[in-house]
Design a protein around this ligand. Structure first.
Ligand code: ADP
Ligand code: G6P
Length: 466
């Protein structure tokens, strides 16, 4: 993905790894992509300020330029915690019951998007390509068009696209499509997300599916397609053998198989469902079924939000109850770590695990599923237990697929995974591995940028979005 002769690539996302190593699907993926391509990455500063500066601040970076914008405490509360993570996140993850609408959240969200649009207007040159990421910046392109900025703009949504019924939970559902229409290209994770988007366009009075495969909304035409995100599999595979993961885990699992779960502590990840499925396995396991330890690594995330405090309490309660019921002197069934773990440690742990449980109730893609596959020993691989509600399920079809709401199905899947013959494990892994290695992060960004380069053919309207 070269920049030559095409102007600069300017990437915008809320989260940018400034002082901390990347964790969370978006920064892991973009850091991998930009290290390969160069360009500029604009994101939020880590510390809030009293008065935001009127310019972007440059930070040291390797291979690409990092620039940050300031947020005030009110911005963080209203734009990031409030509207992005208290309204849009639950909306897109089928949890409209958790939406916390407050007028100041939407006002703060629009205020920050308008401010960033002003900062970008000063930065952008006419031949730059702007690539906007995720739900924090749904209206950014629209705000830029209103300021008269006419560069090519692409958008990628890392999380699921809401169904049209979920969209109705927004006070102004039509704004969502109008904001999307300000881009030249909209990228989504899965085919099912594209289907949801097209269904919303079909139902919208001002929306139309055009015969050339483009979509029109009001006075704009744009392209929409799925670009399933990948990982840097080779790096992950190399990290997985640098140290022996089984040496990292203490002795209190004698004779037990190792299962692993790694997720930000988020209600969309189905962690309580996973623990309950694991509990059912322990409750019903016959004498010929192995003991198992589930190592659950779940670092804190968005912990100021009530729903996140509640999921933490729920998880701790279930883990305590299951361990109280099933632990023995030499075996703790659930080991729960509430912290970040460096990639150099995660990868060997993945390799050491006989199975991984990736059980989201809704997830754009889920990189952990791909990382687990990349980390396996091809000769003696572990088994991926994967929710059918993860975007990754469209690609990793040879996984043991589960419905996380069905406890007994989860228990059965665990039993199957832990007793599966080596031959079957290898056959399943070979298929998944080919997919993860072939469709990697470099392919993802190259495909998106190629499509972005192609989309602005002659005749495409670039009027400001209505
Ligand atoms: P999400 O984007 O919703 O957080 P993904 O599974 O797509 O979910 O991406 C999560 C990324 O964050 C993966 O690259 C994963 O390895 C990383 N990650 C998750 N938990 C941890 C942790 N405890 N420590 C370090 N990295 C983590
Ligand atoms: C998901 C979202 C990203 C977000 C990440 C971590 O991957 O798609 O936009 O950065 O979660 O969440 P956080 O709120 O910590 O940025």
């Amino acid at each position: 993905m070269s920049d030559e002769g095409k102007g600069r690539l300017v990437v915008v996302s809320n989260r940018i790894p400034l002082s901390k190593p990347p964790a969370g699907g978006l920064v892991v993926a973009l850091d991998d992509a930009l290290r390969g391509s160069g360009g500029l990455w604009v994101g939020a500063a880590e510390e809030v300020v009293e008065t935001p500066r009127d310019h972007l601040v440059e930070h040291p970076a390797d291979g690409y330029t990092k620039l940050s914008f300031d947020l005030t405490a009110a911005d963080r509360n209203e734009y990031y915690l409030g509207y992005s993570n208290g309204v849009l996140w639950p909306l897109c993850h089928r949890r409209s019951d958790l939406i916390d609408f407050r007028p100041e959240y939407r006002e703060g969200y629009m205020r920050v998007n308008r401010r960033i649009a002003g900062l970008l207007k000063d930065l952008l040159r006419p031949d730059d390509r702007l690539w906007i990421h995720d739900y924090h910046f749904l209206p950014l392109a629209h705000c830029l068009r209103e300021l008269g900025v006419d560069v090519t703009m692409g958008f990628f949504l890392h999380i699921p696209f809401p169904t049209h019924t979920d969209l109705e939970a927004l006070s102004q559902p039509e704004a969502f499509l109008q904001w999307m229409a300000a881009h030249d290209l909209v990228g989504l994770q899965s085919q099912s997300d594209v289907a949801s988007f097209l269904a919303a366009i079909r139902r919208a009075p001002r929306g139309e599916l055009l015969p050339d495969g483009m979509v029109s909304y009001a006075d704009r035409r744009f392209r929409i397609a799925s670009f399933p995100i990948g990982i840097a599999p080779q790096e992950f595979a190399e990290a997985s053998v640098a140290i022996d993961g089984s040496d990292l885990i203490g002795p209190d699992r004698r004779g037990a198989k190792l299962m692993i779960g790694v997720d930000r502590l988020d209600y969309s990840k189905g962690i309580p469902h996973r623990l309950r499925g694991f509990e059912s396995y322990l409750d019903t396991r016959g004498p010929d079924m192995p003991r198992a330890t589930l190592l659950q690594i779940a670092p804190p995330s968005r912990s100021e939000i009530l729903a996140y405090k509640e999921i933490r309490a729920e998880l701790e309660q279930i883990a305590g109850a299951v361990n109280g019921k099933h632990a023995e002197l030499d075996w703790t069934p659930i080991r729960y770590l509430h912290r970040n773990i460096p990639r150099e440690v995660l990868a060997p742990l993945f390799r050491a695990a006989d199975a991984a449980m990736v059980t989201p109730l809704a997830d754009g893609m889920n990189l952990v599923a791909k990382e687990y596959i990349a980390a396996q020993d091809p000769d003696n691989p572990g088994v991926l237990i994967l929710s059918r509600f993860a975007g990754a399920a469209e690609q990793l079809k040879s996984s043991v697929m589960v419905n996380p709401y069905d406890r007994s199905q989860m228990a059965e899947a665990i039993g199957r995974a832990l007793t599966m013959s080596r031959e079957e494990r290898r056959a399943r892994h070979v298929e998944a591995r080919a997919n993860v290695f072939e469709h990697d992060i470099a392919e993802w960004s190259a495909n998106f940028l190629r499509a972005l380069g192609d989309v602005r053919g002659p005749g495409l309207s670039v009027d400001a979005g209505g």
